[in-house]
Design a protein around this ligand. Structure first.
Ligand code: ZN
Ligand code: ZN
Length: 162
């Protein structure tokens, strides 16, 4: 899917590139829309899997030979700084990104490590920035941790076979 996007984008002229959602979002948030930034943001807007830097790099590297991990890392940080994407800091080893900047609850599977959206749960709705007990809150994230339904099904299958 991303293959088609990048090749199509390269073939498109500048006017058509300006029609993409990613381009418009970058402009709206005051980020200069370079080709690589558009491609990285487009990946986030079409893959709600909460990818890591490595995930985004592996997905785009073959299509954009000039892309480096550092560029992906810096671009994702930049997108988060400008609120075009949100950075999820689940733990020191798991930093991932979300193209959906609306507050929503995430669920992390401790078995397979995947991060999914739980839109049925109420996300913290504090305005930003907000002061609570004299502390300025700049970011709020709500994570649920457990075992996902896919892993539960696999575990049940495993047990049934034994
Ligand atoms: Zn799982
Ligand atoms: Zn999410």
């Amino acid at each position: 899917m991303i293959r088609c996007f990048c090749l199509t984008l390269q073939r498109k002229n500048k006017e058509q590139m300006k029609e993409t959602e990613a381009y418009k979002k970058l402009i709206d948030h005051g980020v200069r829309p370079s080709f690589q930034r558009i491609a990285i943001l487009n990946y986030l807007l079409t893959h709600f899997t909460h990818p890591t830097v490595e995930d985004v790099y592996s997905a785009l590297a073959s299509e954009i030979p000039t892309l480096s991990r550092t560029t992906v890392y810096n671009t994702l940080r930049l997108l988060a700084d400008h609120h075009v994407a949100q950075m999820l800091t689940i733990d020191d080893h798991h930093l991932c990104y979300d193209g959906n900047v609306e507050p929503h609850v995430h669920f992390i599977c401790k078995q397979c490590g995947k991060v999914i959206d739980l839109f049925s749960e109420q996300a913290p709705q504090l305005p930003q920035p907000v002061v609570v007990d004299g502390n300025i809150i700049e970011d709020k994230q709500l994570f649920y941790r457990g075992v996902c339904k896919d892993c539960l099904a696999k575990n049940a299958d495993g047990k049934a076979c034994n």
